[in-house]
Design a protein around this ligand. Structure first.
Ligand SMILES: [Zn+2]
Ligand SMILES: [Zn+2]
Length: 358
């Protein structure tokens, strides 16, 4: 139940059918507090990051499709204003500030959940994909899976940590690297890459950022990349990385949508190196030399977002000030334009939509 004043309708950004453009609905229903199921909570959102995945969900260009009509979004931060009756042992309560990530809920009892791979749970609910997400003022979420947001970080600063941050944090955590190892971050100046550089530095890794342009170069070096490679200027990226690292990098976090990024990584990794695949392009296949993958004992590992513990660790590191998201704030009604910007690759850093901005 709730002592908050919860309206019956709200503003939401809705996709009616896959491929449709965004419709801003000012009469979208809010689930009444007394209809929340045990384990559900209602979160009044302050803001939500916009992720490339939201664009895939809206366009319906993945091998798996989203529900429709759909409210997208999975980088939300807000306050719990109500919890379902008969919710027992909840780790959060009304009034708490929490984050909503891609993995909205999982069963917690299957083999995958018990092994800490909650994202692979067959009963997983995905925010802004199989359940309505954070591009609305009030979202229904799940007490066991919301991420408590510590003090010391503003809501808009925390938003993009919940997907972009968690995703690269987990990939680096499982990259089988030790402090002082070399890690390559292709796309280091982008939304995922600029966070990957910072999380890699927190873990004591030496970073080679690969991207293009003087603006991104400056950003990558400022964030702690030790070496910079401009892929438009460098004649031979593989040779350059092998020279810098004296024989090859220990790991690479590849977010690329094209197969060639993977082939190149197998070539510039040192024997025993680890390729972490984190991008989710709809159709590309992984292209790499089987001979050299075997001959060099390369590990190619898929890393899919993160579990509750990964989210807590990623957000706590950010709250301590060791990782900062570079973002621009816009009102929710701008979401359609944000998608257009994503399609043309024109967005620098991350976009955070503010729910109270009109
Ligand atoms: Zn995302
Ligand atoms: Zn499960």
């Amino acid at each position: 139940m709730s002592h908050y004043n919860i309206p019956k309708v709200q503003t939401a950004a809705v996709i009616d059918h896959s491929g449709d453009s965004i419709r801003i609905d000012h009469e979208f229903p809010v689930k009444p507090a007394n209809e929340l199921l045990p384990g559900e909570c209602l979160v009044k959102l302050e803001c939500s990051g916009a992720c490339h995945t939201d664009l895939h969900a809206a366009l319906g260009d993945w091998p798996v499709s989203a529900k429709t009509p759909l409210v997208g979004g999975h980088e939300g931060v807000g306050i719990i204003v109500a919890t379902g009756q008969n919710t027992f042992n909840s780790p959060v309560k009304t009034g708490d500030r929490v984050g909503i990530k891609w993995l909205a809920d999982s069963c917690l009892n299957c083999e995958h959940c018990k092994k800490g791979r909650e994202q692979n749970c067959l009963k997983a609910k995905l925010s802004g994909f199989t359940v309505d997400g954070t591009f609305q003022e009030y979202v229904v979420s799940y007490v066991n899976h919301v991420t408590p947001i510590p003090e010391g970080i503003a809501s808009d600063e925390a938003a993009s940590v919940l997907c972009a941050g968690v995703t690269v944090y987990r990939a680096i955590k499982y990259s089988q690297t030790n402090p002082c190892d070399w890690i390559v971050i292709p796309g280091g100046g982008g939304g995922l890459g600029h966070l990957a550089i910072q999380y890699a530095r927190v873990r004591g890794l030496r970073v080679i950022a690969v991207d293009t342009g003087s603006e991104k170069k400056e950003l990558c070096l400022e964030l702690g990349a030790e070496k910079w490679i401009d892929f438009k200027e460098c004649q031979d990226i593989v040779a350059e990385i092998r020279t810098i690292t004296d024989g090859g990098a220990h790991s690479a976090v590849v977010t690329s949508a094209s197969g060639s990024g993977y082939r190149q990584a197998v070539d510039y990794l040192r024997p025993g190196g680890t390729l972490m695949a984190v991008g989710l392009p709809g159709k590309s296949t992984l292209e790499a030399s089987i001979f050299f993958t075997v001959f060099k004992s390369i590990s190619i590992l898929g890393s899919y977002v993160g579990n509750r513990q990964d989210a807590t660790e990623a957000i706590e590191i950010a709250a301590r000030g060791d990782v900062k998201v570079h973002f621009t704030t816009k009102p929710l009604k701008e979401l359609g334009n944000v998608y257009e910007g994503m399609k043309s690759g024109k967005i620098a850093g991350r976009i955070v939509l503010n729910m109270s901005q009109r």
